[in-house]
Design a protein around this ligand. Structure first.
Ligand code: HEM
Length: 245
């Protein structure tokens, strides 16, 4: 069994140094107990479970659809941050900014397309992930709470897509959001108030663009990130991925 290079004097010296000891509090893990300690004593490794069931790492069990959704979310965060440097949510400037991103920003068109494709793909992978979970009956106790968190994540993914759609402020965005936000006028009792709340005015305009921008870059991503942390934490607390054992 490997002893983590203890035979090599240089590696041994590094591992006995104060810097190394301050990061890794126990010797190279060689037993079940020291392996569990190594995971629990390190904030980064702590995110991983100490043990994983064999079926849970079989690709064809989950198709990694949840993992791919998370990866796409990270991708969207990074590419979205890039786009924020070149985009101003103003009705007189937004469309020009998008054209400038496409035409004159280095890698602008590439990053914008990554953002768009990742957004479309995320809707698809989250949906397929939900179908996979349903097919395995993983919504049943003890995972029913995580199913509810998942439903919220699905709605948030759709909300992120919908709110981002208006931002280019081109004709297709303007009219798609006009149609979409008309739904609010069918609200029972508080139709006018609901419509005003979503549009930030009585019709789509600067108020709507700013509202959608703030929701798209701060509100929805923040809530999504928090719920993802709860989602992942629950998977561990519910005994790892569901399965035959
Ligand atoms: C942003 C959206 C989501 C992300 C990033 C996400 C992420 C994940 C990941 C990484 C897993 C581990 C297994 C796997 O990869 O399949 C998982 C499991 C799970 N997810 Fe999601 N998920 C999301 C949405 C949903 C939705 C929409 C539902 C259901 C409505 C859901 C319900 C569950 C349940 C119940 C489990 C445990 C499955 C099992 O034990 O087999 N998740 N999720």
């Amino acid at each position: 069994m490997s002893n983590g290079g203890e035979g090599n004097p240089i590696i041994r010296a590094i591992k006995e140094s104060v810097a190394w000891r301050s990061l890794f509090r126990q010797p190279y893990p060689t037993t079940s107990r020291t392996r569990a300690l190594a995971v629990m004593n390190n904030v980064f490794l702590h995110l991983h479970p100490v043990r994983v069931k064999r079926h849970a790492v079989r690709y064809t069990y989950t198709f990694c659809l949840g993992g791919i959704s998370f990866f796409l979310f990270l991708n969207l965060t990074v590419t979205g941050l890039f786009l924020m440097f070149f985009y101003v949510p103003s009705v007189s400037q937004a469309y020009q900014d998008i054209q400038a991103i496409e035409a004159s920003v280095a890698f602008g068109g590439f990053v914008r397309n990554m953002h768009r494709w990742a957004a479309h793909l995320m809707v698809l992978t989250v949906f397929l992930h939900m179908i996979r979970v349903f097919y395995h009956g993983a919504y049943k106790p003890p995972r029913e709470f995580n199913w509810v968190i998942g439903v919220l994540l699905l709605f948030l993914t759709l909300a992120l897509s919908f709110s981002g759609y208006l931002l280019p402020w081109d004709q297709i965005a303007f009219w798609a959001i006009t149609v979409g936000t008309q739904l609010a006028t069918y609200f029972p009792i508080v139709a006018d108030e609901a419509s005003f709340f979503i549009l930030g005015g009585i019709q789509i305009g600067q108020g709507t663009l700013l509202r959608f921008y703030v929701a798209h870059v701060i509100f929805f991503p923040l809530i999504t990130a928090i719920l993802m942390v709860v989602h992942f934490w629950r998977i561990r607390k519910d005994g790892g991925i569901s399965g035959p054992v």
